[in-house]
Design a binder for this molecule. Structure first.
Ligand code: ZN
Length: 299
């Protein structure tokens, strides 16, 4: 280093936070230094975001946190897409495997080919259910960017409940996460369809025709958002029967099962399957009502 006026040039006392390239190379272009700063800030912001998510997940969505750390929640892996309570007996494990198979078959009857892109977390004890934040729900489906997660309470370990949750998964797979988050598909349609696909005897009468199966007429408006649905369902479980009745009425007016599948594809922005009719059924909009014509009104 050259000396000026016989004195050594002083180094700055404070430590610089410039990237090495900017510190060492006096010829480094200022724009390159700016780019480095932005990269550093972006990485720091991303790290903070990950830290916040890591702290919030166990509180806001315990099953999602459990998927990342099964042992932290008393769970163990029982397959690539199944985690079970450590307290689950071998007999219950075998019954669960049969129920998973039956539930998949029920969903295929409606949706066609279906491989659930979902992780199932099954609790056999109340302690497990409490660790996962269960508050009375038999099962819940969590839509995440990495796939759906289904958590089952001990009383939800049966083929009907599993088929209900698989119906949600199938709908998410057909419609795509953006359509679900954007509430393109009303919550009452999603839930009513799940009741029909699972053939839930709590909310449907036996019968071949839609109107024969309806237990209770819907009291409109039914909730369109998942948040509103959760609040209403917490107060009155028969809202599931109302939603099923509304979907049956909609399907009767819109081409039945094929019309529903075509409308779901259309909502996702994907072309309808060639096997499905060209009929341009569309999903109901928030606030729209679907009641049986007077002739078929079941109540
Ligand atoms: Zn549901």
């Amino acid at each position: 280093m050259r000396e000026a006026d016989g004195k050594a040039q002083r180094r700055p006392r404070h430590r610089t936070h410039e990237p090495p390239m900017c510190r060492r190379a006096t010829h480094a272009h200022p724009r390159e230094c700016t780019v480095f700063r932005w990269i550093r800030l972006t990485l720091a912001g991303f790290g903070l975001l990950l830290l916040a998510a890591g702290l919030a997940l166990p509180v806001l969505a315990p099953p999602v946190a459990a998927a990342a750390c099964p042992a932290c929640y008393g769970l163990k892996r029982a397959g690539t897409s199944l985690m079970v309570d450590r307290a689950m007996t071998a007999t219950d494990r075998a019954r669960l495997a049969r129920d998973l198979s039956t539930a998949g078959d029920k969903v295929r009857v409606f949706y066609g080919p279906f491989e659930p892109a979902a992780l199932v977390i099954a609790c056999a004890s109340q302690a497990c259910n409490q660790r996962l934040g269960g508050r009375g729900a038999l099962a819940r489906t969590w839509a995440t960017p990495f796939g759906d997660i289904i958590d089952l309470a001990p009383k939800g370990l049966n083929a009907t409940i599993l088929a209900h949750e698989f119906s949600h998964v199938a709908l998410h797979q057909h419609a795509g996460l953006p359509a679900m988050l954007g509430e393109t598909i009303p919550a009452w349609f999603d839930e009513g369809l799940a009741v029909i696909v699972s053939d839930d005897p709590r909310y449907l009468k036996p019968g071949a025709q839609g109107h024969e199966r309806c237990v209770v007429s819907p009291a409109w408006p039914l909730p369109s958002s998942a948040g509103d649905w959760g609040a209403r369902a917490g107060r009155d479980r028969m809202i599931y029967a109302q939603a099923a009745c509304a979907v049956l009425a909609w399907m009767e007016a819109n081409g039945g099962r094929a019309g529903a599948l075509a409308a779901i594809d259309a909502a996702a922005g994907t072309p309808a399957d060639a096997m499905r009719p060209a009929k341009s059924a569309r999903l109901p909009r928030p606030g729209e009502t679907f009641l049986w014509p007077v002739r078929g009104n079941p109540l």
